[in-house]
Design a protein around this ligand. Sequence first.
Ligand SMILES: [Zn+2]
Length: 45
Amino acid sequence: MKDPVCDMDVTEKNDASEYEGKVYHFCCASCKMAFEQNPKQFIKE
Ligand SMILES: [Zn+2]
């Protein structure tokens, strides 16, 4: 799986955030924070 913010490879052990029923994983806290502030910017359908 990939970090939706920076496109780095991440695993289920990485920090996660849930949005609209889907769980996303992040390489670091700052990517997670950026995603949580504006999830729609980072989600590609
Ligand atoms: Zn990242």
